[in-house]
Design a protein around this ligand. Structure first.
Ligand SMILES: Cc1cc2nc3c(=O)[nH]c(=O)nc-3n(C[C@H](O)[C@H](O)[C@H](O)COP(=O)(O)O)c2cc1C
Length: 353
């Protein structure tokens, strides 16, 4: 019986090839930030309310005006085809069937048009900026034409940090899988080498706030900036037109020694105008983790690896089960905390211990 995210990971580990499992689970260098993300959730206590008369829990909220059934969304992660033949189509179907919202990576094995078409709810497109701006512009235009509801610009990966498990495994995409959004550009394969070499060859390491300005001008879709841990970067992004920021260190996969993202949420929430949404990811494995992040000021959290474990365990149904499990945990935690709605969550319910 799959009771929690750890169980899903164990099943996924048994099913995946070693290089694929290592690629999904790994972090940068000594994996300090990977561990730190998780650790942070045990550093807060919840001061629950009693006799609060809570009967019905309402977990619904919205992101960028789009209703979602719970404050847990799917983070963009690359290469779902290694976990299940249905790849991102299966993931997006599973996530949206649960009333949540799916963020599709630029580096997906399913093409964005098919993913949006097969999903029953909102799909957002995560953008990596190619040195070749023609390709980037085309991705932006295609995402809008396909029906993606927002662009999520990832800003914490000017280069890909070395994940040493991948280096040892000489990680590359298995035969038969390609970068489906890049078909016809000459950039649809890793060309026999690793992902790090691909990123170095094709993505722009010199990304700056000027590029964010450029993107905001290119599109009428809402732009979300993902990969922020500093409030000055959040404020600057919002000034340029970001409608939301994702407090994220890429799941501990980029700068090792970056802070636990949970520790950054409150500061960033306080620095921004209330109209700018704060989303958060990194290490969310329990409903109560989402609850803590929301108390500290996150509107929603994203989960990266848990979705991949569900997908590897049982395809689209496994993804649904992961979201159902997290929802049940969150429901229980809300009831025990003495809150019936997400807008009742606030920092005075938590204490750093
Ligand atoms: C296997 C894997 C691939 C990822 N690929 C991308 C990506 O293509 N684009 C991106 O913006 N973030 C990517 N991320 C980062 C996630 O969006 C997210 O920030 C992170 O997974 C959250 O941490 P968690 O896995 O602990 O939930 C990836 C993360 C993982 C684990």
């Amino acid at each position: 019986m799959l009771v929690n995210m750890h169980d899903f990971e164990a099943v996924a580990a048994a099913k995946l090839s070693q290089p694929a499992y290592d690629y999904y689970r790994g972090g940068a260098r000594d994996e300090i930030s990977l561990r730190r993300n998780r650790q942070a959730f045990s550093e807060y206590a919840l001061h629950y309310k009693v006799l609060a008369g809570v009967e019905q829990i309402d977990l619904s909220t919205s992101v960028l005006g789009m209703p979602v059934s719970m404050p847990i969304l799917a983070a963009p992660t690359a290469f779902h085809g290694m976990a299940d033949a249905g790849a991102e189509v299966a993931s997006a179907r599973g996530v949206t069937a649960e009333g949540s919202c799916f963020i599709l990576s630029t580096l997906s094995n399913s093409p964005m048009e098919e993913v949006v078409q097969q999903a029953s709810g909102p799909v957002l497109f995560q953008l990596y900026v190619y040195k070749d701006r023609g390709i980037t512009r085309e991705l932006v235009q295609r995402a809008r034409a396909a029906g993606a509801r927002a662009l999520v610009l990832t800003v914490d990966a000017p280069v890909l940090a070395v994940r040493e498990k991948d280096a040892r495994n000489h990680f590359t995409l298995p035969p038969g899988l390609s970068l489906a959004n890049l078909t016809g550009t000459g950039k649809e394969t890793l060309e026999g080498s690793g992902l790090g070499a691909y990123v170095q060859r094709h993505l722009d390491p010199s990304l700056s706030f000027k590029d964010l300005e450029w993107l905001v001008e290119q599109t009428d879709l809402p732009v979300v900036v993902k990969g922020i841990v500093r409030s000055d970067d959040a404020v600057q992004s919002a000034k340029i037109g970001a409608r939301a920021v994702v407090v994220s260190n890429h799941g501990g996969r980029q700068l090792d020694h970056s802070p636990a993202t949970l520790h950054c949420v409150q500061r960033i929430r306080q620095a921004l105008d209330p109209s700018v949404e704060v989303w958060m990811d990194g290490g969310v494995r329990r409903g109560a983790d989402a609850l803590l992040a929301c108390c500290l000021g996150a509107r929603v959290v994203l989960v990266g690896r848990p979705l991949l474990w569900g997908l590897a365990a049982a395809g689209e149904a496994g993804v649904r089960q992961v979201f159902q499990t997290l929802r049940a945990e969150l429901n229980e935690a809300m009831l025990l905390l003495g809150c019936s709605r997400l807008d009742e969550l606030s920092p005075d319910l938590v204490e750093r211990v």
